[in-house]
Design a binder for this molecule. Sequence first.
Ligand SMILES: Nc1ncnc2c1ncn2[C@@H]1O[C@H](COP(=O)(O)OP(=O)(O)OP(=O)(O)O)[C@@H](O)[C@H]1O
Length: 253
Amino acid sequence: MAKQPIITVNNLVKQYADFTAVKGISFEVYEGEIFGLLGPNGAGKTTTLEIIETLRIKTSGEVTVDGFSIDTQANQIKQRIGVQLQAAGYYPGLNLIELLNLFSGLYGVRINPLDMLAKVALTDKAKAQYKTLSGGQKQRFSIATTLINNPRIIFLDEPTTGLDPQARRNLWELIREIRSAGTTVVITTHYMDEAEELCDRVAFVDGGRIVGINSPDSFIDELVAAGFERKKQVKQANLEDVFINLTGKEWRE
Ligand SMILES: Nc1ncnc2c1ncn2[C@@H]1O[C@H](COP(=O)(O)OP(=O)(O)OP(=O)(O)O)[C@@H](O)[C@H]1O
């Protein structure tokens, strides 16, 4: 089946005063894929995502999301996307059911909070205050909030930063499940193992430009075919595998 673009970005530019953070980038995200934006700090990933999410004004270029233009149809786009906010300011004293009811009220949709919590394995925390959650639980909860409006696309900005290996792997599983349920996922990460494991395609962003876009496997195969060799023979497992093997992979918090 032909791949359908659900996001198209064409020659996008973002200028902050005399500094150009995004320098004419173009790419497509296909429906149903997990798409990664990778790159060093300051590369322009967050700026690009926030323009696509209609949270930031572009300088020039065209962006369409699910067929709608960010210039004239931002409201339609907002209804179709879910955005994970970094360090989201949830009311710390409310419990998870109360928070989900609050959010769904803001979206004007009806949801069953317990169904949402079940999706992110937080059923037993339903009555817990947000501030009492562990880092991994907070991340899962913030992913649940992106699903409230049953979005076509969710945007996750560094969703596993600061999590332990179990929590990271379980979060990858959750993100795959969300994709399997039909939602397109756009993710930024600094972790290359995460991108390799999770993303169908990745774009490398550097200095406001896309310097490569492909599937992780194709990138690696092409590099090897071009004669690249690692200096040291890579072992069949790494220390993280040892950790998981010794401590198990279930959620702990
Ligand atoms: N509001 C702003 N005003 C001026 N410059 C900004 C503003 N927001 C971002 N920048 C600059 O634009 C560049 C790109 O920032 P951006 O946050 O998009 O990068 P990033 O790739 O998401 O980095 P990180 O991984 O650190 O989040 C940086 O040099 C940053 O300092």
